[in-house]
Write a protein that binds this ligand. Structure first.
Ligand code: NAD
Length: 306
């Protein structure tokens, strides 16, 4: 009999990830509290569930892609949640970016409930998720469990990095996002300074790309989003602030301070208070320019094919 696989959380990332699994031939039962997000995946062939409980009922594999720690703990381990409903011996794969301490709690709860758990947070941008080119940081040292989820990962992405035992995937994700989000803030400040200095954006970007200053924010993320005037998320400043908080929290638990992270987090915190909270994190540039009283720079429109 075919496995029952459920996917819960169909937002900017989960929506395209689930859709790619379905398009590549694996049926999914799907659920999201936001009807429009649910409808989008049903439109490509997902079977809608009316609740977390219905989605997880007798499922062999459940995937969660939710905003933050509290959502994952509530959906997975809350009353009538995933663990109350899925098959004993099944697999819960959390792909959200949450606090490592939350992942550790889930690992322990799953052990007591006889469910196999792996953390598989996702790298790269929403555009990669849409293209089926995401990267996965897999915390799993059980080969049978990994083999069971590998076809699903292959349907959603093109790069799988085995990180070690459960809990290691989320820790590497938090360390990596700390770098991405701090570099995004530096990029926003550098471009604001360049604009104030009256420099040509294309030249600033070209020099960046040809030296060790080069980075994915300048060359890929900003270049395909805010520098083209597109600040729709992507990955929101609100979620970016959450992720920097996860790094600060993990560092704090170990008695470490991250001065760069603290400074960047303070900026994300002020930026998220207003309309920037729901914008793509590359819009940090627009926020920095607003603070500086200048219009944000934009790349010249590509020449039309005509
Ligand atoms: P999102 O806010 O777009 O999507 C989250 C979805 O979860 C929403 O559709 C929401 O309605 C749903 N949801 C919330 N509570 C729920 C519940 N109780 N039951 C069912 N559904 C519920 O967020 P996203 O950008 O898709 O990010 C999801 C996770 O992936 C986050 O942890 C984020 O940090 C991480 N992430 C995001 C990106 C990115 O570029 N957007 C990249 C890598 C990782």
């Amino acid at each position: 009999m075919a496995l029952k696989i459920a996917f819960i959380g169909l937002g900017a990332m989960g929506g395209p990830m689930a859709s790619n699994i379905i398009r590549k031939g694996t049926p999914l039962t799907v659920f999201d509290i936001a009807q429009t997000n649910l409808d989008r995946v049903v439109a490509v062939g997902g079977t809608a569930a009316a609740s977390v409980a219905e989605a997880a009922k007798d499922a062999d594999i459940v995937i969660t892609m939710l905003p933050a720690t509290k959502h994952v703990l509530e959906v997975a381990a809350g009353p009538d949640g995933v663990l109350d409903n899925m098959k004993p011996g099944g697999i819960l794969m959390d792909m959200s970016t949450i606090a490592p301490s939350g992942t550790d709690q889930l690992i322990e709860i799953c052990k007591t409930r006889g469910v196999c758990f792996l953390d598989t947070p996702v790298g790269r941008l929403a555009s990669h998720a849409i293209a089926g080119k995401s990267l996965f940081m897999v915390g799993c040292d059980d080969e049978a469990v990994f083999s069971a989820v590998k076809p699903l990962l292959d349907a959603m992405g093109d790069t799988i990095i085995r990180c070690g035992r459960p809990g290691t995937g989320i820790r590497i994700k938090v360390v990596n996002n700390f770098q991405i989000l701090s570099i995004a803030q530096i990029t926003a400040e550098a471009l604001t300074l360049a604009e104030k200095l009256g420099l040509e954006l294309e030249t600033v970007k070209s020099v960046n790309g040809s030296t060790t200053a080069t980075n994915g924010q300048m060359q890929v993320n900003f270049a395909t989003k805010t520098l083209l005037g597109d600040t729709a998320p992507g990955f929101t400043i609100e979620l970016a602030h959450k992720d920097l908080g996860l790094a600060m929290e993990a560092a704090g638990e170990l008695g470490l301070t991250l001065p760069m992270g603290a400074t960047a987090k303070a900026t994300y915190d002020t930026a998220r208070q207003g309309p920037y909270g729901a914008k793509d994190f590359s819009a940090l540039l627009d926020y920095a320019c607003e603070q500086a009283g200048i219009a944000p720079p934009r790349l010249k429109a590509p020449a039309s094919a005509a």
